[in-house]
Design a protein around this ligand. Structure first.
Ligand SMILES: CC(C)(COP(=O)(O)OP(=O)(O)OC[C@H]1O[C@@H](n2cnc3c(N)ncnc32)[C@H](O)[C@@H]1OP(=O)(O)O)[C@@H](O)C(=O)NCCC(=O)NCCS
Length: 201
């Protein structure tokens, strides 16, 4: 499946895309460090394994988001695909230089049109951290509804020492320690085909 929008192309991902993603500048805020995964794959030499594992997982599908000129700016995927129930879970991420220019909303809107249309799915679920206001804004705008809250394991507490800095006081209550693990309060959100179709002009 290849989708075209006014500014973007969403196409099946290729192994070479991981190199381009690893060349993106890192997210400067440690709160966003989890989105530096392409750099970590490159540093640990595990990009081939990562690509092969995902490419051969029947419960996943992955796409790369590019500009019309072909510049790789992000990725979009579904996992935990349940064919019988026609449902799946969403993942999306842009490189740091491409945030907040409307690309995420544009790519996702086109994807949802295909997901609930030609692809024939009924339900798209996702989990988003409470502190991730930018992503939450996009999901609400596109019609996702909050259906629950969970404390999600996000990494070792040793990676989150920065949370004690005054700049992070407002988000600190959204984190909790569980032994050596850090948990983040997250929302479970859902969009159904019916809700999506009702919102279309
Ligand atoms: C989430 C993501 C895909 C959204 O794509 P994007 O292109 O950056 O988003 P858009 O530009 O379409 O919209 C962002 C909106 O959030 C708003 N926003 C940004 N920071 C915000 C904040 N701290 N609080 C509230 N709203 C915020 C912007 O103003 C904009 O809303 P507006 O268009 O009404 O002004 C992208 O930011 C991303 O990849 N982030 C890192 C990875 C990630 O968080 N993935 C999702 C995990 S669940």
């Amino acid at each position: 499946m290849i989708l075209r929008t006014e500014r973007l192309i969403v196409r099946p991902w290729q192994r070479a895309d991981l190199e381009r993603m690893a060349a993106w500048p890192r997210f400067p805020d440690p709160l966003d460090a989890v989105w530096n995964w392409p750099h970590l794959l490159q540093a640990h030499g595990t990009a081939d394994l990562f690509f092969l594992t995902r490419a051969h997982d029947p419960c996943r599908q992955e796409w790369t988001i590019t500009t019309q000129a072909g510049q790789v700016i992000g990725h979009l995927g579904i996992r935990a695909i349940q064919q019988a129930e026609r449902q799946a879970q969403l993942g999306i991420g842009l490189g740091y230089p491409f945030l907040q220019q409307g690309y995420g909303t544009e790519a996702l809107r086109a994807f949802l049109h295909a997901f609930f249309g030609a692809m024939g799915f009924q339900t798209l679920r996702l989990e988003v951290a409470a502190y991730n206001s930018r992503a939450r804004r996009v999901y609400h705008r596109l019609g996702f509804r909050e259906v629950g809250a969970v404390w999600q394991r996000i990494g070792p507490t040793s990676d989150f020492g920065f949370l004690s800095a005054p700049a992070y006081a407002a988000v600190r209550p959204l984190f909790r320690q569980d032994g050596a693990a850090m948990l983040a309060l997250s929302s479970e959100m859902t969009l159904t085909a019916l809700d999506w179709q009702r919102r279309q002009p």
